[in-house]
Design a protein around this ligand. Sequence first.
Ligand SMILES: [Zn+2]
Ligand SMILES: [Zn+2]
Length: 373
Amino acid sequence: MATFTLRTIEPTRFGSGWISGVLSAALGLIGLGAVLCFQFPQFLTTPEARAIYPLPYVRALLHLVLVAAFVLGSISVSLRRNKALGTVGVVATLVAAVLGGSAVPADDELVAGPFLGVDWFLLNLIVYSLVFIPLERLFARRPDQAIFRRGWRTDLTYFFVSALLVQVTTILTLKPAMVLFDWAVHSGLQSWVRAWPGIVQFGALLFVADFTQYWVHRTFHTVPALWRFHAVHHSAEEMDWLAGSRLHLVDVAITRGLTYVPIYLLGFAEGPLFAYLVVVSAQATFIHANVRFEFGALKWVVATPQFHHWHHAAHPEAIDKNFAVHLPILDAVFGTMHLPGDWPRAYGIGGGPRVPDGWLRQLWWPFRDRLRR
Ligand SMILES: [Zn+2]
Ligand SMILES: [Zn+2]
């Protein structure tokens, strides 16, 4: 008898229709998202990225993705009693085909305006899941932890929303610094900094950003009104690359906004700034990952998964420790380092407040608790 459920109730080994179902659903939804980007580029795509897409290749790739999603979905539906995954893949592919598939014309006459970064979400999802899912399968710290562990839908929503709102959060981050600290800009200082070699600027940028981030992060842990927003990040009870996305919008806006102030004032060149943005996004994802690498002596120099896993540990001795994202030396200097040789046994807030599941409930939760008091 056929069933439809998003819970995994049958075996997932090769030949059970699970792998083909997951791939079909993922590829089908990615293909559908890409077709929507072709249909509504002015609303759904990032202007900076739009200018550099090699369209003929994107179309050819999209065609392959849709064909693969359809074939894999059919395989899964025939192998598996639970038809949900295969059906999602096949239906997404059919909707994409009805909307024009890979042949849908892209409008060249685009006006600048507000947009949602659907293309940015798809690119991030493809790159990060291609790197991290195999890495976490091959070098798992906890091999028994599922890819689709508890709360994965909540965290994927965070991942989706943060890419979708890339324009909004960028403005939220950059504008306050520019408006409020315009008076403090010193062009002599900025041109001096900009004359440094790129690698020196990058190092300075990393240090300045992490120093600021350290104190903002520490304040989020110590001021009760702010802790409610940051507790959302700590509510994840299983660690993997996707869990790092769980950040309340208020947390993101305040942390990034303040971290940007010294970066703005020092006026770093575009190259080092871009390199920093890539590194911070990759490292922030990596330090949450379910991987067992320990990096020998390097773990005292650069923040590693083991270092940040202790920040998330539900152990009394690890509370309010390891605030840095890049440089553990900040925690060593300010007395908040906790890096024993082993790994935490449990993650989360422990006896702390009970954060609800789901993106929308977590968005509202810090405000609701305040109103109740
Ligand atoms: Zn924290
Ligand atoms: Zn974290």
